[in-house]
Design a protein. Structure first.
Length: 525
C-alpha cells in the first residue's frame, strides 16, 4: 500500500510484581499501570509464538448452593445470549469462553432479590453466599435485573498465552452484544471496575469490565444502588499468586488495571439495537474456513454501519474486500443507521485500492484461508502508547461491534468468522502513516457462499428481516461504491504485495519479521 493515510519490537512478559507496582498511589502508580499495559500490548501484538497449551481450569465457575431455575423475566435474554457449553450464541476465541455472568435481581424478577451467579451449561442460577454483608443493599434492592460480566483469564491464556488478554476483552464485547441483541435494553462498557465489584458485594475476585440492564424499566442508577454498602475486593486479581506462569500473571495484572481504568464516575449506558429473532441468535456459528465471494454492497454497508454504532467512542471501522476491485472501503458520510430494521443512509466509498486480503491473512496469525474470503470487516485504532482507558474502551467496543455484525450476517445467510489474533498488523503504516498509530484490533471475515463441504444454516427469517436477506451466489459480484471519497483519503493506492510466503500469503507490508505461528482451532466458535 502506498499513499498518505487519514484513517482514524517485542518485550518480555509482564509479571504480577509489575501489577503490584502499578497499584501504588499517585503519579507513580499511574505511570506503572500505563507501562504495564503498554508492554503487555506490545508483546501481544508481536510475532512471538505462544508457548505450549496449559490447563484451562474449570469451564464454568464453582458455584455455591443448589441450582435454581432462571426466572421468566430474564430467561430469554440469557438463553439466547450466553447459554451453552463450547458452542454458545456469543462467539469466543477458541471456544474457551472466559466471561462469567453475575446477576443482580431486584423485586419482581421471580426469585428473592439478591446476587446470583449464572451457570451457562445448565442454564441455572446460584445464589451467592453471604460474606461480609447482606444479600441486598441496605436500602433495598432496586427493581429490575442487571448482569455484570467478569473475566476469567486462565481459560484463554491456556491456549493463547501472552496473546490472551486482548482476546478476553473482545470476548467480553461479544457477550455484551449478544445480551443486547437478545433483548437487554442497554449495555455499559465503561462502568468502573470498583463500582461493578462493589455491586457484586465483594463476592467475585475476577475483574469486572461490562454490564447490561436485562429488563425494561431497570433504572440507570441500579448499579450505584447495588454498590451502596458493598465492598471492592481490589483490582480483580491483578497480583498473581505464587507459582502462576508468567503469561497468566501478566493477563490477570493487565485486566485488573483495565478494570480500574473505567474511572470513578457513573457508567455510560448505551441503548441496545432492536432484538433479533431467537432462531437467528441460536443459529450463529463461526463458519468453517473456505467460504468465498464478496457480499453485495447493501449487506456490506449495513454490517459496517452496525459495527460502528456501538457504545461510546470505539475504534475506527473499514472493510477490506477482494473480488475484481480489491481494496479498502468505508461508510459514506450519512451512513449511520445500521440496525436490523434498515440499512445505512449512505453507501460505501473506496478509500484505497489494491490487494489487502493476502496481507490480512499473514497478520491474522498466518491463517491462509483469510486471503480467499470475500471481505473482512476491520476494527482499527488503539495506538501502541494508548492509555489503559482507551485500550479497554476500543477492545470492548471492537468485540461488541463484530458481535453485532456477525449476528446480522447470520440473519442474511452470509458465512462469517471472527478473527481476533493479529500480529504486527499495522494498518496505518501500511497506508503510509507513522507506525504504531493505527493497529488492527479485531476482524470479521465474510463471504457469500459457504465452503463446499458446508451448507448454509436454515434461518427462515421472519418478515422484519425478509427485505434485508441476500441469497448466496457462486460468483463474486461487483461491489458498487462511490469513488468520490473524502479529499483527505483521495489518491490512495494499495500496491499488490509480493507473492512469496507460507500458505500462499505475501509477507506483511510493514512487518517483515513476523514468525509463523499457526494455532489450530483459533479465533471463534
Amino acid at each position: 500500500m502506498t499513499g498518505t493515510s487519514a484513517m482514524t519490537g517485542t518485550t518480555g512478559p509482564v509479571t504480577g510484581a509489575d501489577a503490584a507496582g502499578a497499584e501504588g498511589a499517585g503519579a507513580e502508580g499511574a505511570d506503572g499501570a500505563r507501562r504495564l499495559v503498554r508492554e503487555a500490548l506490545a508483546r501481544a501484538r508481536s510475532g512471538d509464538a505462544p508457548g505450549p497449551d496449559t490447563p484451562a481450569g474449570r469451564a464454568r465457575p464453582e458455584l455455591p448452593g443448589p441450582p435454581l431455575p432462571v426466572p421468566a423475566r430474564v430467561d430469554r435474554v440469557l438463553r439466547h445470549a450466553l447459554a451453552g457449553t463450547r458452542f454458545r450464541p456469543a462467539a469466543s476465541a477458541g471456544g474457551l469462553h472466559p466471561v462469567d455472568t453475575h446477576l443482580l435481581l431486584g423485586s419482581g424478577c421471580g426469585l428473592p432479590p439478591g446476587r446470583y451467579a449464572y451457570d451457562p451449561a445448565r442454564h441455572r442460577l446460584h445464589r451467592l453466599h453471604r460474606r461480609g454483608g447482606g444479600a441486598v443493599p441496605v436500602g433495598g434492592a432496586p427493581d429490575g435485573a442487571v448482569a455484570v460480566l467478569t473475566a476469567v483469564a486462565r481459560r484463554t491464556v491456556s491456549h493463547y498465552g501472552h496473546r490472551a488478554w486482548p482476546l478476553v476483552l473482545l470476548d467480553l464485547g461479544h457477550a455484551a452484544a449478544a445480551l443486547a441483541l437478545a433483548g437487554a435494553p442497554a449495555v455499559s462498557l465503561d462502568a468502573p471496575g470498583a463500582l461493578l465489584s462493589a455491586a457484586l458485594g465483594g463476592r467475585v475476585a475476577e475483574p469486572a469490565l461490562a454490564a447490561a440492564r436485562l429488563t425494561p424499566g431497570t433504572d440507570a442508577g441500579a448499579l450505584l444502588e447495588w454498590a451502596a454498602g458493598g465492598t471492592d475486593p481490589g483490582p480483580g486479581g491483578g497480583v498473581a499468586s505464587a507459582g502462576e506462569r508468567s503469561d497468566l500473571a501478566s493477563a490477570r495484572a493487565v485486566l485488573g488495571v483495565l478494570a480500574a481504568a473505567g474511572g470513578s464516575g457513573r457508567p455510560t449506558w448505551c441503548a441496545a439495537p432492536a432484538p433479533l429473532p431467537g432462531h437467528v441468535l441460536l443459529g450463529r456459528r463461526s463458519a468453517e474456513p473456505g467460504f468465498t465471494g464478496v457480499p453485495d454492497a447493501d449487506a456490506l454497508a449495513c454490517l459496517l454501519a452496525a459495527a460502528g454504532s456501538g457504545p461510546g467512542r470505539g475504534p475506527g471501522w473499514c472493510l477490506a474486500v477482494g473480488g475484481p476491485e480489491p481494496g479498502l472501503l468505508a461508510l459514506a458520510p450519512g451512513g449511520t443507521d445500521g440496525g436490523p430494521d434498515g440499512g445505512p443512509d449512505g453507501g460505501l466509498v473506496r478509500v484505497a485500492h489494491g490487494e489487502v486480503l493476502p496481507t490480512l491473512a499473514l497478520w491474522g496469525a498466518r491463517q491462509g484461508w483469510i486471503a480467499a474470503a470475500g471481505a473482512v470487516l476491520l476494527a482499527h485504532g488503539c495506538p501502541d502508547d494508548a492509555p489503559p482507558e482507551r485500550v479497554r474502551r476500543e477492545h470492548l467496543a471492537a468485540g461488541y461491534g463484530v458481535g453485532v455484525a456477525q449476528a446480522l450476517a447470520t440473519a442474511r445467510g452470509l458465512p462469517s468468522r471472527p478473527v481476533g489474533s493479529w500480529q504486527d498488523a499495522d494498518l496505518g503504516a501500511a497506508l503510509g502513516d507513522a507506525p504504531g498509530r493505527n493497529r488492527v484490533l479485531h476482524g470479521l471475515a465474510l463471504g457469500r457462499t459457504f465452503a463446499p463441504h458446508m451448507s448454509a444454516p436454515h434461518m427462515s427469517a421472519p418478515h422484519m428481516l425478509a427485505a434485508h436477506m441476500s441469497a448466496t451466489h457462486t460468483s463474486a459480484p461487483h461491489v458498487a461504491v462511490s469513488h468520490t471519497s473524502p479529499s483527505h483519503m483521495s489518491g490512495r493506492q494499495m500496491s499488490p504485495p509480493p507473492t512469496s510466503g507460507p500458505h500462499n500469503c505475501p509477507p506483511p507490508m510493514s512487518a517483515p519479521h513476523t514468525t509463523p505461528v499457526p494455532r489450530p482451532g483459533d479465533d471463534a466458535s
